[in-house]
Design a protein around this ligand. Structure first.
Ligand code: AMP
Length: 282
C-alpha cells in the first residue's frame, strides 16, 4: 500500500490510472478506523481495480466549539488496517495542502441540509460537500463508497453528483453495528464504560418505533414523543439534539408515516454526540 500526502501527486497518479483503463474507487474518511470503515473498504475492493482511501479530518465541516482539535487519530494503526483490507493508496493530506488561506469556493446543497444535523451544525454539510468535491477532483474515482450511518450526508452527496453531473457513482453501505446494536463510530471512544452500556438503547428505541409503525401507528408526533420518553427513561444523562422522521431522499419532515420514512436521531451522551437512524417504513 502506498501512502500519498500531496493532493497534486495523488491527482497525477489517479489520472495515470484512469488513462490505463483502471476503475478507481474512493472511500473518504476521517480516520480512527473501525469495522464500519473496514467494511466500506471491502465493498470498494469488490467494485474497482484500485481502492483509494482518504484520511482527512476536514476542518471546514466542524463548527466552533466542536471536536476538530480532539478528533481521535492513530495513523499507524489506520495504515495497518487499510493495508489488511486491500487498500492500494492511503491519502493523508495536511490541512494546508487541501485549503489555501483564502479558500472561498463552496459547494452547497441547502434544501437537504436544513433539517437533522444541518440544523445544529450549520456549516457542516457545506464543508462535507466541498471536501468531497475536492476529493473527487483529486482522486478521480468512478465510484465512491459512503455509509448509511451518515444518512443525510449520503442524501446530500447523491443530490450533489446528480445536480452537478459529477461522473461518480455513489455506493451506499449499510450501518455496521456492535452486537449490542450500537452503531460503530470513531466518536464512541469518547464514551465512558457506563455510557457505552446504555448507548445501544439508541438503536433499541429506533427498532421499537419501527415495530409501532408495523403495528399501524402513522402519527409522526406520537412516534417521536414515544422515542423521546424512552430515551429519557432509559438513557440517564442523555440530551436529545433531535428526533425526526423524514423522507429518506429529500430529508423533509413527515407528519404521517404512510410511505418511505427514516427515523434519525442525534443524542448527546457525556462528551459524545451520537447519531443513528433506521428506515421505519420502506
Ligand atoms: P468518518 O470517518 O466517521 O467520517 O466516516 C467515513 C465513512 O464511513 C462515512 O461514509 C461514514 O458514513 C462511514 N461510516 C462510519 N461509521 C459507520 C458504520 N458504523 N457503518 C457503516 N459506515 C460507517
Amino acid at each position: 500500500m502506498e501512502i500519498i500526502k500531496n493532493p497534486q501527486e495523488l491527482q497525477k497518479r489517479a489520472l495515470e490510472l484512469r488513462a490505463q483503463g483502471k476503475k478507481v474507487a474512493l472511500v473518504p474518511t476521517m480516520g480512527y478506523f473501525h469495522r464500519g470503515h473496514a467494511s466500506l473498504m471491502d465493498a470498494a475492493r469488490k467494485l474497482a481495480d484500485v481502492v483509494i482511501v482518504s484520511l482527512f479530518v476536514n476542518p471546514t465541516q466542524f463548527g466552533p466549539g466542536e471536536d476538530l482539535d480532539n478528533y481521535p487519530h492513530d495513523l499507524e494503526r489506520d495504515a495497518a488496517l487499510a493495508q489488511e483490507h486491500g487498500v492500494d493508496i492511503l491519502f493523508t493530506p495536511t490541512r494546508d495542502s487541501m485549503y489555501y488561506d483564502d479558500h472561498c469556493t463552496w459547494v452547497e446543497v441547502p434544501e437537504l441540509g436544513v433539517n437533522l444535523c444541518g440544523k445544529s451544525r450549520p456549516v457542516h454539510f457545506r464543508g462535507v460537500a466541498t471536501v468531497v468535491t475536492k476529493l473527487f477532483m483529486v482522486a478521480q474515482p468512478q465510484v465512491a463508497v459512503f455509509g448509511q450511518k451518515d444518512w443525510q450526508q449520503l442524501a446530500i452527496l447523491k443530490r450533489m453528483v446528480r445536480d452537478l453531473n459529477i461522473p461518480v457513482e455513489i455506493h451506499a453501505h449499510e450501518i455496521v453495528r456492535e452486537e449490542s446494536g450500537l452503531a460503530l463510530s470513531s466518536r464512541n471512544t469518547y464514551l465512558t464504560t457506563e455510557e457505552k452500556n446504555v448507548a445501544p438503547l439508541l438503536c433499541k428505541g429506533l427498532k421499537m418505533l419501527r415495530e409501532m409503525v408495523e403495528e399501524g401507528e402513522e402519527s409522526a408526533a406520537r412516534l417521536k414523543d414515544e422515542l423521546e420518553a424512552f430515551y429519557a427513561a432509559n438513557i440517564p444523562g442523555s440530551r436529545v439534539d433531535y428526533i425526526e422522521i423524514v423522507d429518506p431522499d429529500n430529508i423533509t419532515i413527515l407528519e404521517r408515516v404512510d410511505g418511505p420514512a427514516l427515523c434519525a436521531v442525534a443524542v448527546y451522551l457525556g462528551k459524545a454526540r451520537l447519531i443513528d437512524n433506521l428506515l421505519i417504513k420502506v
